[in-house]
Design a protein around this ligand. Sequence first.
Ligand SMILES: NC(=O)c1ccc[n+]([C@@H]2O[C@H](COP(=O)([O-])OP(=O)(O)OC[C@H]3O[C@@H](n4cnc5c(N)ncnc54)[C@H](O)[C@@H]3O)[C@@H](O)[C@H]2O)c1
Length: 430
Amino acid sequence: MNKIYQSRRDFLRNLAITGSVATLAASPWLGAFSNTPFKGKGPNDKVRLSVIGTGIRGRQLLRLLFTFASEANVTVSSLCDNFAPHLEEALEICHLNGVKPKTYTDYRDVIEKDKPDAVLIATPLHEHARATIDCFSAGIHVFCEKSMARTLDDTRAMYDAHIASNRILVVGHQRLFNPVYLEGMQRIHNGELGTIGQIRAYWHRNNDWRRPLPNNDMKFERQINWRLYKEYSAGLLTELMSHQIQVANWALQQSPVSVMGTASIRFWRDGREVHDNVALIYSYADGTKCIYDSMISNKKYGLEEQIMGHLGTIEFETNRQYSEKDESIKAPGIQQMISDIENKVFDKLPIGGASWVPEIAVGDQGKKIIENDQFSDTALQLEALVNFIRKGSAPEKLTKEGYNASIWTLLGENAIDTGQELKMPEKYII
Ligand SMILES: NC(=O)c1ccc[n+]([C@@H]2O[C@H](COP(=O)([O-])OP(=O)(O)OC[C@H]3O[C@@H](n4cnc5c(N)ncnc54)[C@H](O)[C@@H]3O)[C@@H](O)[C@H]2O)c1
């Protein structure tokens, strides 16, 4: 096992043991790494996992599983995909790791013939609900990739099936297990940033978001590029924003009360149905806003979640914390004014400007939240899943993080489609 990964896992273990009451209350899933007794699968029993949907993400999950599988006594008992080339590529990864899983093209065979302890579902969004609910009916635990489902009703049905079956449901929000986020959240929840007034989050790329089709054959278009079509996906919202609204909710320890939004197909007018440019505002009961945007025709600002309090800011994706108290924040004011005058930006001196400070962005580089940020949070999340299977349960708050993020993502889509500010309908409140 890789050393950095191991040290990150120790970091979580340590946080689980020494974290404050506030930390453990805000992130109880850290308990995955504590030494509580096993009530599920015994420590010497092999945990058997099946991957349903062996596309890009399913194969990534597989590779990450193999980084700790032998140490954690885990095996991949089966693979399932209805597209033969992807199934073969996944099988190859297993063979390289000395594992020979069964293969199926229909997930019902995974349930009936393989009967694994848990499945990892990484099919396209609109396929998540059916497989999840059928697995729960058969007593199988589920790790399902985000976002949970294509519709609000399917999302609720998945949650209800999880409750009715008493099986574990972990949604693929890996930031919940990321040491940068866990440390940063601890600071936010301990009040280090003061009162959070606003969260700004964005995800920008500059590409068409298309995947190549086998032999350029258009008959594969909707199958391969499912995320561009509304029947299967809400595009940037379910694929990208769902992660970031989860982070915002976690930081604020509450779900929004309303959302409004607007969106367009501004640049990639190539037959896609999902927007390439979206903007939303989520409002919280205490007045905090999460202002969100995503587009895929300019990547200068990349992706970020900026948690902004009156004492400081945390930027999670770049692992930085900034203080509002830093004097360097105000220092450049006078230089900026002189430079503006020299460059004839002003016609006249701004009179009454004794306190004149230009409101340019702060150049301060801030400080790292944690030192070493090279590790896979998805591997940590998968290892937590295995530990939950052994412990026999996972904290309900973990499942609720995924549920609320998924519901609010789809409500964001509805707000855009209807042009209205929407609240959570009663029937989706859990
Ligand atoms: N957590 C993350 O950071 C992250 C990152 C990427 C993708 N994802 C999620 O993972 C999921 C898959 O994304 P992807 O990029 O791997 O897509 P993909 O298209 O590469 O893979 C999906 C796979 O599912 C297969 N499939 C479709 N219907 C099936 C069915 N009924 N039964 C079995 N297999 C079926 C497809 O043939 C394909 O191989 C999505 O929900 C996506 O949002 C999560």
